[in-house]
Design a protein around this ligand. Structure first.
Ligand code: B12
Ligand code: SF4
Length: 464
């Protein structure tokens, strides 16, 4: 049996990082423990000294696994995390002593940039997508993977539908002690059926057979979370109500548990969303319904690849109102084709339909690999690793402030907008590549905005 250390890089102290409970890495640890391996999860919220004192790294590990959740905080004003990961992994390598363990990478952020990160961080192997099954293979015979420098596609893991994910008390207690703690719970492993142009979820979730977690396992998981003192749960599905019949079952299960003070949320789609569902949600302690139309202008929603339109958003909002459900509506200004008219249309809709506090607003689409946006801009993993945003008109910030009711722009939001505006002015304007095939990819004089210490690099060939 192997000895395996699992390091939660997402808990490293880094600017712009607010660690959340590492459920992905816990899934891996749970699978390894059940197979009889000896594991230790290194988390810097649970053990803050472990990021400076690397004595744990010199223990005789056969394999050290690293989870990479976020590449950057997806914020115009924030830099990336990759340099921090690279520095830390290199320090761990130096601290391992003579008997170097096999180094393995995984996690949602890792999956997006697997080839680049494998190279930069010097891993022997990496997993793209769900990691339990491949990690079990690797740990069973680490020498087979040594020096291979290979990423392996994740596979379906049977245990998802049969095993209770029970988290260690000390880790739960450490996160329970943080400010307004929240923990993720998975209900389904299924690739999203929609095709939003900026979204990499389908790629990250990989080859998933569409497993639904049995509701008695979900109930047992929620009970354990509740008993640990954590009162906030976020279901991690791309869309919680993609299969509405199952979503109703899950919401009913939560209601039947009757856990006073338990609040939960998830990403919802406005379609399918019927009255019966709204009624069950209202009885289940749901905190708020998060929907992400991303724009409130029909043309933009279509361009962004949304499979619903403003009429569905209307109906969903009306249903939430009728059943007393709190709402959060996510909007990201600055997508392909955003102009003064679409910003005005979104703002007018929000001013008319949304209550104060219901609009969650961002500016700038982070371009990620394996998405339609990346293909349109012909940008590679390497081009995109530093925080890179779809180009937008610099007047966008002024339009937002001019058209939106002031109640949606309290001081904190205004300061964020100003920080975003200042940052976007300082960012590198990646030039549109010369040549007839690529010259019309965007209707602005630059291809993308990049928050990068690197100088404007050449993307897709020559620069203009
Ligand atoms: C749910 C979710 C949230 C919830 C989290 C709720 C919670 N308490 O857990 C909320 C809404 C709070 C959230 C917030 C944010 N999120 Co988020 N989130 C997700 C989402 C949809 C699911 C993540 C998840 O928990 N999945 C379930 C777990 C079990 O799966 P997993 O972590 O992927 O683990 C599996 C594999 O990755 C692998 N694996 C994991 N670790 C390891 C390690 C090894 C060694 C191996 C071999 C394998 C392996 O095996 C695991 C089991 O199969 C993903 C998108 C996606 N589809 O993955 C985005 C995603 C992870 N989020 C992202 C981002 C950026 C953010 C925010 C920064 C957004 C923001 N600006 O606020 C914040 C940061 C939060 C934080 N502090 O870290 C990005 C990260 C990539 C990137 N672009 O940098 C993603 C990929 C979405 C995107 N837009 O691209 N998020
Ligand atoms: S609906 Fe959500 S998860 Fe699905 S492609 Fe669109 S943004 Fe991604």
């Amino acid at each position: 049996m192997a000895r395996v250390a699992l390091v939660n890089l997402a808990s490293l102290p880094m600017p712009g990082n607010e660690p959340i409970f590492p459920i992905g890495l816990r899934c891996i640890q749970n699978a390894l423990d059940r197979a009889g391996h000896t594991t230790r999860l290194i988390d810097f919220v649970e053990d803050p000294d472990a990021s400076a004192d690397l004595s744990w790294a010199s223990e005789p590990w056969d394999v050290v696994g690293f989870t990479i959740r976020n590449i950057d905080p997806i914020d115009l004003a924030c830099g990336g995390h990759v340099e921090h990961y690279a520095r830390f992994v290199h320090r761990v390598c130096d601290a391992t002593g003579d008997r170097t363990p096999l180094l393995v990478g995984g996690g949602p952020g890792y999956s997006l940039f697997a080839d680049e990160l494998l190279r930069r961080l010097g891993f022997d192997a990496g997993v793209v997508g769900p990691g339990e099954q491949v990690m079990l293979d690797i740990v069973a015979d680490p020498e087979r993977y040594r020096g291979k420098r290979k990423n392996i596609p994740g596979r379906r893991y049977d245990g998802f539908t049969t095993e209770l994910l029970r988290h260690p008390a000390a880790l739960m207690a450490a996160y329970a002690a943080t400010d307004d703690p929240m923990i993720g719970v998975e209900t389904r492993r299924k690739t999203c059926y929609q095709g939003c142009v900026y979204c990499p979820y389908a790629y990250i979730s990989g080859d998933n057979a569409g497993d639904l977690k049995p509701v008695d396992l979900i109930a047992a998981e929620l009970q354990e979370i509740y008993d640990s003192g954590i009162r906030r749960v976020f279901f991690t599905d791309g869309i919680f109500n993609a299969e509405i019949r199952y979503a109703k079952e899950v919401a009913r299960t939560i209601a039947d548990l009757r856990l006073p003070g338990l609040r939960w949320s998830a990403y919802f789609t406005p379609k399918p969303f019927d009255d019966e569902f709204a009624q069950i949600l209202a009885s289940s302690g749901v905190d708020y319904i998060v929907i992400s139309p991303d724009s409130l202008d029909d043309r933009m929603m279509k361009t962004l690849g949304k499979s619903f339109d403003i009429r569905h958003v209307d109906r969903c909002i009306d249903r939430c109102r009728r059943h007393g459900l709190d709402l959060r509506v996510n909007i990201v200004f600055g997508g392909p084709g955003e102009n003064v008219d679409s910003v005005r249309a979104s703002a007018e809709y929000a001013n008319r339909k949304l209550r104060t506090g219901e609009l969650i607003m961002h500016v700038g689409y982070r371009v990620l690999p394996e998405t339609a946006l990346a293909r349109q801009l012909a940008m590679t993993e390497d081009d995109l690793l530093d925080p890179t945003f779809y180009p937008f008109d610099e007047n966008l910030f002024s339009w937002v402030v001019e058209f939106l009711d002031k109640r949606f722009i309290p001081t904190g939001v205004l300061l964020n907008l100003m920080a975003g505006k200042t940052a976007s002015r300082r960012m590198t304007k990646v030039p549109v590549p010369a040549g007839p095939t690529n010259s019309n990819v965007v209707d602005l004089p630059f291809l993308a905005l990049r928050n990068s210490p690197r100088a404007a690099s050449q993307v897709g060939g020559e620069t203009a």
